[in-house]
Design a protein around this ligand. Structure first.
Ligand SMILES: [Zn+2]
Length: 546
């Protein structure tokens, strides 16, 4: 039996814990920054080149979690961004990947696609958080004070802005070519300040600009050679510095915008737009707590093209550092940094180029897979087991992000249960040399996965949206024809920064393993608002000042 003294102490803790959190002075502005595709080790590898108050604002004056990881299996952009503000995994928030397949409608679903709304400010398909099944910190902040708090999300990518903003955001803005746009989900027309910003055409000023290294070339030796054959050239750029940002054309064409999106200049425009938003929406200057979510997409596009060990990734990291310093100086001048709570993290990391790894040792098991090989293997195994299908009918309807979807007509024709066909595909795929494991829909739906990888896979599983079979690759195997990619459960895809700065935050380096799902409940506790609907993590009480 507990002694009266212990019971008393526990009671006191229960009463004083939340009260102590509630009594904190509320920040005027919360800024949650996601740098798309940013591995934790970029902070240590490039730290000696950081300026005084960019990343160092957190590293020297804030809380730095050295072992913060995403806890789901499919480390993709949409899934990662949905985690940050909901504190939930895809088994609750529903955003299993960037795309999935609607078996009944026989069509691909884009994570933030919504045919009932339309894009405002440019031609584009409708976007909204309709597919996001969880609530976010921003939603509860808005709910907590009759919508007095503003929640605004800004990114180069639609999915990052929409998913971080949540369901009750005042606005999510993203870029289509040279314009910042939004959706009719949020508003009927762009605010005047956004129209005015677009009229200044800031992107066009970068046409034919040269992206050169920020530091002398010798400083980039830690990244190896600049020109490596496995890098990608698809975005209108060559493999080596300097990069002329014009999309390989003399005239301004749409390929310029693809090159621009894959350059650090896209981040300059993004931060410039965010600053305008703070001024015109008076974020943090209205007597209530506002929330700004900001996601940098260029780091991801550059990482995909050149890989994590490239001069380009080092350069965009250093340029992001300088941009952050300027942005934080702006916040200080406008709102006062002591009145801001700033969090920085990422939606996922990235795997190295397998060719670069094999250059260290040609016998190393590392390589690329083509997902069409998964579909081919599955088709052959199913045909061998159950016989040929009627003319032109296929067993597999759709393959993407390691998920294979069975064709219901094929199952009907052969009168076999999905679970039976899944088992056949599972066995065939697990025999492939690049495959570490595969999981069937039936297995995951019955919660039959108890090891660590199975738990991560269950967190990425949403029964109505997930494929019949999901494939996990062996470490150092990637599914990209060139360049680098992410999407696996391994730490290089999952281990990202988690940095906090603010008046109530205890500056220190924290070594205990934490999860990205811990951000939302911690922020909710700091703000004294409800935890988001599926919030899974714990309050990082170690960083909160007494
Ligand atoms: Zn991403």
């Amino acid at each position: 039996m507990l002694s009266r003294c212990v019971v008393g102490a526990l009671l006191l803790l229960c009463i004083s814990g939340p009260a102590a959190i509630m009594a904190r002075p509320q920040p005027k502005l919360v800024v949650v920054i996601s740098i798309d595709q940013f591995r934790y080790d970029y902070l240590t590898r490039f730290e000696k080149h950081f300026v005084a108050r960019g990343f160092n604002l957190f590293l020297k004056e804030g809380a730095n979690f050295v072992c913060a990881r995403h806890g789901h299996a499919l480390n993709k952009t949409a899934a990662g961004h949905a985690v940050i503000m909901s504190g939930a995994y895809a088994n609750h928030h529903g955003i299993i990947s960037n795309d999935w397949y609607d078996v009944e409608g026989q069509s691909e679903v884009y994570c933030v696609g919504d045919l009932t709304v339309h894009t405002i400010g440019a031609e584009g398909e409708g976007r909204s958080p309709k597919n996001l099944m969880a609530t976010t910190v921003g939603d509860h902040l808005r709910e907590s004070n009759a919508g007095q708090s503003k929640v605004i999300a800004v990114s180069n990518k639609d999915r990052a802005a929409v998913l971080m903003g949540g369901k009750l955001a005042n606005a999510a803005y993203w870029m289509i070519d040279s314009a910042f746009v939004t959706s009719s989900y949020y508003m009927a027309d762009l605010p005047e300040w956004v129209k005015q910003y677009n009229r200044t055409n800031p992107v066009l000023a970068y046409f034919d600009k040269s992206w050169e290294r920020l530091l002398p070339e010798a400083e980039y030796a830690v990244q190896g050679v600049d020109d490596f054959h496995a890098e990608e050239t698809a975005n209108g750029m060559d493999r080596a510095f300097p990069h002329r940002i014009r999309g390989m054309r003399k005239r301004l064409t749409s390929s310029f915008f693809r090159a621009f999106d894959c350059s650090p200049f896209a981040s300059e425009v993004l931060v410039d737009f965010a600053r305008q938003g703070i001024v015109h929406e008076q974020l943090g200057q209205r007597g209530v707590t506002d929330l700004l979510c900001l996601s940098f997409s260029a780091n991801d596009r550059i990482g995909h093209a050149f890989g994590p060990n490239s001069h380009e990734v080092m350069d965009v990291t250093l340029r992001t550092d300088r941009l952050l310093e300027q942005f934080f100086a702006f916040l200080d001048e406008k709102i006062g940094l002591q009145n801001c709570t700033i969090i920085l993290t990422s939606d996922h990391g990235v795997a190295p180029l397998p060719e670069l790894l094999r250059a260290h040792n040609p016998s190393l098991e590392a390589g690329r897979v083509d997902e069409s090989e998964f579909a081919r293997t599955a088709e052959q195994a199913l045909e061998k087991e159950f016989g040929k299908l009627k003319k032109a009918r296929r067993w597999i309807s759709y393959t993407d992000d390691g998920m294979l979807y069975l064709n219901p007509s094929a199952l009907e024709e052969k009168a076999i249960a999905a679970a039976t066909a899944e088992h056949t595909v599972d066995l065939a795929l697990e025999a492939l040399p690049a495959v570490y494991a595969s999981f069937t829909h039936s297995q995951l739906a019955a919660n039959r996965s108890s090891d660590e990888l199975g738990t991560k896979m269950l967190r990425s599983f949403f029964a109505e949206r997930s494929g019949n079979v999901s494939v996990i690759l062996k470490p150092w195997f990637i599914d990209a024809p060139d360049g680098a990619t992410h999407g696996q459960p391994w730490n290089y895809d999952a281990h990202v920064p988690l940095l906090w700065f603010g008046a109530g935050i205890k500056p220190d380096t924290y070594y205990e393993a934490v999860s990205i799902v811990d951000i939302a409940p911690t922020l909710a506790a700091m703000l004294g608002i409800s935890r988001p609907s599926g919030s899974h993590g714990r309050i990082l009480s170690e960083i909160l000042r007494d």
